[in-house]
Write a protein that binds this ligand. Structure first.
Ligand code: GLU
Length: 334
């Protein structure tokens, strides 16, 4: 049995958010977003697009944009907010959700741990030197093990259904070129999957787990899609517009907690201090952020730092967090 219990469904009115904390919220948010975009833009030349997946090297490092969806129904956007990019590691928030819904808490966490690693997202080292259980579901090894736990004849179909539901976008689709590129180039991920097979962490065929993982990473999204998912997470799993619960509350709590502790790879600690918003990044340049009870934010800039996080995206979020006081420990005064 899981140590978490699923609470009863809440009514839409109980899920309505409190007022936004800012005075004159609308004008302030759009202005703050545009300022933050200018700040992010200053850094886009300092990073590099991912090249280890050849198809990702075609991205334009100067693309930058963001979208905000508030729980009170407003949308704000700036820059390249409608530019599609692959979700990459941000898929780990959705595959974790799906594994918890289908395999369950006990099964999943008998295979994958709950601790941050301090290592890079694609590190293999601790699988041998520390424990064969990948340390958490937000690193590649943990996400491949998570994928192997999802039951059913067509787990990718289940994943797509869930991704469309939580991103509030029925048009999400696979980017075939990125998927094939990643499948060809993914030798490091393949090594980890076979290592985990040898240690009985992966029970089925490692190639199947890998194929599912590569597909999940290769779905095209926009900043708006991520803002929608962030908004649902910020509202405890309920779509604030329809009042429909999309994800169970106990799962939302787990996903957001991992976003805080491990969502920005081995940069999660610094990001927590400087930005303080549960977030998950991907090497496609996206960042998903959920400001508890207030808003979802989707950010895109494919120029990455050495840890694989979007440089312009992080600067944009840092600026926005300061001006709108979004840090989870913002306190009452600046
Ligand atoms: N598909 C990428 C990989 O496996 C995801 C990495 C990421 O976005 O962190 O390397």
């Amino acid at each position: 049995m899981s140590s978490f219990s699923v609470p009863p469904m809440r009514s839409a009115s109980e899920d309505l958010p409190g007022p936004l904390m800012r005075e004159g919220a609308e004008g302030d948010i759009q202005g703050a977003l545009e300022r933050a975009l200018r700040e992010g833009k200053r850094y886009t030349k300092t990073g590099k697009v991912a090249t280890y997946i050849p198809e990702l090297s075609k991205a334009n490092p100067e693309h930058i944009g963001a979208c905000i969806k508030t729980l009170t129904g407003e949308t704000y956007h700036c820059g390249d907010w409608q530019e599609p990019f692959t979700i990459q590691s941000i898929s780990k928030t959705i595959s974790l959700t799906l594994a918890l819904q289908t395999a369950g808490y006990d099964m999943l966490f008998s295979k994958v741990g709950l601790e941050p690693t301090g290592d890079s997202f694609n590190s293999i080292v601790k699988l041998e030197t520390k424990t064969p259980h990948p340390l958490n579901p937000m690193i590649n090894a943990g996400a491949i093990a998570t994928a192997s736990c999802i039951p059913g004849d067509d787990p990718f179909e289940l994943y797509m259904e869930l991704a469309k539901r939580v991103c509030l976008n029925d048009d999400l689709s696979l980017n075939h070129d990125v998927y094939l590129s990643e499948k060809l180039a993914g030798m490091r991920n393949r090594s980890m999957a076979y290592w985990m097979k040898s240690e009985n962490i992966i029970e089925g065929d490692p190639e199947e787990a890998l194929d599912l993982y590569f597909r999940m990473c290769s779905v095209n999204v926009t900043a708006e899609d991520l803002a929608n998912w962030g908004m649902v997470l910020a509202n405890d799993g309920v779509d604030p517009t329809s009042g429909t619960r999309l994800v169970e509350s106990w799962i939302v709590r787990i996903v957001k907690t991992f976003m805080v502790t491990c969502g920005m790879y081995d940069g999660s600690g610094e990001f927590a201090v400087k930005v303080g918003i549960p977030s998950k990044s991907g090497v496609g340049g996206g960042i998903l952020s959920a400001v508890e009870g207030r808003m979802g934010i989707g950010v895109f800039n494919p120029s990455l730092d050495r840890k694989g996080n979007s440089i312009g995206g992080m600067r944009l979020l840092e600026d926005l967090s300061k001006s709108l006081r979004l840090h989870y420990f913002a306190g009452k005064q600046q």
